[in-house]
Design a protein around this ligand. Structure first.
Ligand code: PMP
Length: 412
């Protein structure tokens, strides 16, 4: 293995599997957005003047296209800004400063904790860390977090004010939340009266198979179980059109939408309606959105198949790794033997293969078993991805062999 690793290092690679970015070919699918000119976007073509201030809730035509995918009634769906992460940031800030509907006191000032299914999305954790929100990890399963644990923590601890959820093709495991998980989230008693399910449906339409998953209708379930204000739904077109120049969405109960627009009205006089109009004209309707995502799938599926093939051929049956086989989304979650993730990532980095830092998928960057690695296969070319995955497999094997050859340390 050492000889194989030395040969890998000798190749002088410079490959990057760190972040889930669309590839240039995926971005090219949305070039049509740039072709829409004054004849379509201007007041004569659009039938209204979207060049001016106003329209705080976002363009109804675009909200109508995403209402079905995000399972939010169009009247309760806002289209704002270019980034759902920014909306998560802002809603947390408003909650910390002022509280949310149902709050007895703001989230800030006293101990506030949020449940974090792990492995999870590092930028959710970074937001909490920045704002001093305590993070309590909860194990993630195939259809959502361990709900016995979630129910226990939410019921017992009034400091627990929310839970992060990526319900469709979760980042990084690809898990899809089941109906029963969502029902329990909606129905569970919580010690905090203003508990929020932070439902980040970033991959709602990012299917890789013929059997598209659909996240449960969390808003309807919350209303049905007597907690109509419990869920905040987030989404965006970042991985549908242009990752920096798309549109973000927030959906919730009428009371929560009014709460957010009240804060938003101080922050902005209105969103970029021209970009929203561009998106509405380009995607046309829910069917157009589906057709567009099928084009993404054609580019992405071979990459995920390649990752699966290399992992199976190089690591399968050796007892050194398990990994997710996602039916959508942007990531593959790889578990190596306990204590080997950081070493694997370092070996890969030294061989010119950059991976998301080990631990990033856990709050505070601390993976207690040091075993989880997030693979982001979307950006590199197929050739680069194949080379990177073959190299990664060598690093996993070497790290595992080094570890198994070590005498047991004091911690066992
Ligand atoms: N949520 C999840 C789960 C993500 O994986 C990402 C992108 N990696 C985002 C949100 C970021 O979304 P946006 O570009 O809309 O800020």
């Amino acid at each position: 293995m050492r000889a194989r690793y030395a040969a890998l290092k000798g190749r002088g690679l410079a490959l990057d599997l760190t972040r889930g970015k669309p590839s240039p070919a995926q971005l090219d699918l949305s070039t049509g957005l740039l072709d829409l000119g004054a004849d379509r976007l201007g007041p004569a073509g659009a039938g209204a003047d979207h060049r001016n201030y106003g329209g705080l809730h976002g363009l109804p035509e675009l909200r109508a296209i995403f209402a079905e995918a995000l399972r939010v009634p169009v009247g309760q769906l806002l289209a704002i800004g270019n980034s759902s992460l920014a909306l998560m940031h802002d809603t947390l800030i408003h909650a910390l400063l002022f509280g949310v509907p149902g709050s007895v006191r703001p989230w800030g000032g006293e101990r506030t904790a949020v449940l974090c299914p792990v492995p999870g999305y590092d930028r959710h954790f970074a937001l909490c860390e920045k704002f001093g929100i305590e993070m309590i990890p909860v194990p993630m399963g195939d259809d959502g977090p361990d709900m016995d644990e979630v129910e226990r923590l939410a019921a017992e601890d009034p400091g627990v004010r929310g839970i992060w959820c990526v319900p469709t093709y979760s980042n990084p495991t690809g898990a899809v939340y089941g109906e029963e998980t969502a029902r329990r989230l909606a129905a569970m008693p919580t010690a905090a009266p203003d508990f929020r399910v932070l439902w980040d449906d970033a991959y709602a339409v990012h299917h890789l198979t013929d059997e598209p998953a659909a996240a449960p209708d969390i808003l309807a379930l919350c209303a049905e179980h007597g907690h109509p204000d419990r869920a905040f739904v987030y989404g965006s077109t970042s991985k549908i059109t242009f990752a920096g120049a798309g549109v973000a969405f927030f959906g919730s109960s009428p009371a929560n939408v009014e709460w957010l627009t009240g804060h938003l009205a101080r922050r902005t006089i209105g969103p970029d309606k021209l970009n929203q109009l561009r998106h509405a004209l380009f995607l046309r309707d829910a069917e157009g959105l589906r057709a567009h995502m099928a084009e993404h799938r054609a580019l992405l599926r071979p990459r995920f198949d390649l990752v699966e093939r290399v992992l199976r051929e190089r690591l399968g049956g050796l007892g050194v790794a398990t990994w997710s086989r996602p039916a959508g989304g942007y990531f593959v979650s790889l578990d190596v033997p306990d204590g080997c993730a950081r070493r694997t990532v370092r070996l890969a980095a030294e061989a010119g293969i950059r991976l998301t830092p080990a631990g990033a998928t856990f709050p505070y960057g601390k993976d207690p078993r040091d075993r989880n690695i997030r693979i982001a296969p979307t950006y590199p070319t197929l050739d680069e991805l194949g080379t990177a995955m073959e190299g990664l497999a060598v690093c996993v094997l070497l790290a595992a062999l080094e570890r198994s050859g070590q005498p047991e340390g004091p911690e066992g």
